[in-house]
Design a binder for this molecule. Structure first.
Ligand code: AMP
Ligand code: MG
Length: 419
């Protein structure tokens, strides 16, 4: 087991042991937010036929070349083409067809004149505008060609992807399985949110924040409850998590007299890969895997303090859960931000500073969220990002720039629409 490793080493060790989960098929209505396990190729052409982009008249552009507002060209209206028309007659030269948006362009026509550029008079229409060849026509295949790869494997499905899958007639799609994450909390002081908080008891907030972090990235948390500080209770609950893909336990992994989690994990066949990462908050992080056959769950023993638990989840569990889902990019966006104030620390551990971000023109300004104690959850609530204060540095001066992982791009939200 490695001790006292850097964040980069720890992350590399986690990812080296993280498998990509297999696939399952889901119905179109359930695919939002899932990660594609297949590349999606089109079996069709989109749009399927040349069609009109406007309500107006289908014409041959050559027939209207001389048309203008002053000297309109009069054409007989030969027939109507409604949307969804299966078959249309051929348009003879020197005539026009009434056409609605999305309706197929009849053979013989090559352009559409907008209704606003015409005047209808009974069976005839005055064309007051000379269209370019192909004007207001959407070409068959201008969106998607037959056989084209439209969506790559590893894509997270958003609303536009759902619309495309629907257009392609894909009622079922192969996606990666969602990692099942067994979430365990531990400590004699902990109660559920509706519990009695007198006598030194506190709510097990980690159970909730960790489950929520899982859900935010598409994983499926399974709650194992609160274990007492007793090896047999910890063991009983952890056993229930052995069928999961990942076990995330918070608290009890440090060096206190009542920190039994590590011992129980080892008893259950978990080989710890490392313990202790040179970061603050979050030093007492343990990681391993149950069993030697590469099939047992990954195990993360997170520190108990609420900020440390969330932070170590963010830095190490999150990328693993994304990798399991087959996601191509595992990390948050990182921006350079200018410090609004000087930050100081002792050299040795990389600090993960919760910062509020604001935009000043094209520059991003970072300001500490205040008390950075690992129990102060308001420091997370106010954070738009996590500023990386490198291990060996002792000071980052006001005005200097630093890398910030962006957790919440809402600081870019605006009162104005931007147009
Ligand atoms: P421990 O690792 O057990 O020493 O816990 C470190 C600190 O985190 C203690 O103050 C615990 O009360 C607190 N803590 C542990 N587990 C949780 C939890 N599930 N929710 C909130 N705080 C916790
Ligand atoms: Mg404890």
């Amino acid at each position: 087991m490695q001790r006292d490793i850097t964040a980069a080493e720890a992350l590399a060790r986690v990812l080296a042991r993280t498998p990509v989960l297999g696939s399952e098929t889901v119905a179109l209505g359930d695919v939002l937010g899932r990660v594609l396990a297949e590349a999606v190729h089109s079996d069709r052409v989109l749009p399927p036929a040349d069609n009109s982009a406007m309500d107006g008249y289908a014409v041959s552009a050559a027939d209207c070349a001389q048309a203008s507002a002053r000297a309109p060209v009069w054409l007989p209206v030969a027939f109507d083409v409604p949307a969804g028309a299966a078959q249309t007659p051929r348009l003879a030269r020197g005539s026009a067809a009434r056409i609605l948006t999305g309706a197929p362009l009849p053979a013989g026509a090559d352009s559409v004149v907008r209704q606003e550029d015409t005047d209808r008079d009974g069976e005839r229409v005055a064309i007051r505008f000379a269209p370019e060849l192909g004007e207001n026509v959407r070409r068959a295949g201008e969106d998607v060609q037959r056989g084209e790869c439209v969506l790559e494997a590893g894509t997270r499905v958003g609303a536009a992807q759902v619309g495309m899958l629907a257009s392609l007639g894909r009622t079922v799609v192969a996606v990666h399985q969602r990692p099942r994450v067994a979430v365990l909390s531990g400590g004699d002081e902990l109660v559920e949110p509706d519990g009695d908080v007198t006598g030194g008891r506190i709510v097990s907030s980690n159970s909730w924040s960790i489950a929520a972090q899982c859900r935010e990235l598409g994983a499926d948390p399974v709650y194992l409850g609160i274990a007492r500080d007793a090896p047999d209770d910890i063991e009983r609950r952890l056993r229930a998590g052995l069928a999961a893909d990942v076990i995330v336990s918070s608290a009890g992994v440090s060096v206190g007299d009542r920190d039994f989690v590590r011992g129980v994990l080892e008893k259950l066949g978990c080989r710890l890969d490392f313990w202790g990462v040179k970061i603050k908050p979050g030093y007492p992080l343990a990681f391993g895997r149950v069993g030697d056959d590469g099939r047992g769950p990954l195990v993360f023993g997170l520190p108990g303090n609420p900020v440390s638990a969330m932070m170590t989840f963010e830095q190490f569990v999150r990328p693993a859960l994304l990798r399991m889902q087959g996601t191509a990019r595992l990390h948050r966006p990182v921006v350079r931000a200018r410090l609004a104030e000087t930050l100081r620390k002792k050299p040795g551990r990389m600090n993960l500073v919760r910062v509020a971000l604001e935009r000043d023109g094209d520059i991003v300004i970072a300001r500490s969220t205040g008390n950075q104690s690992s129990g102060v959850l308001t420091s997370m609530i106010r954070a738009h990002g996590i500023l990386i204060f490198p291990a060996e540095a002792s000071e980052l001066a006001a005005g200097a720039s630093a890398s910030v992982q962006v957790l919440d791009a809402d600081f870019l939200a605006s009162d104005a629409p931007g147009f």
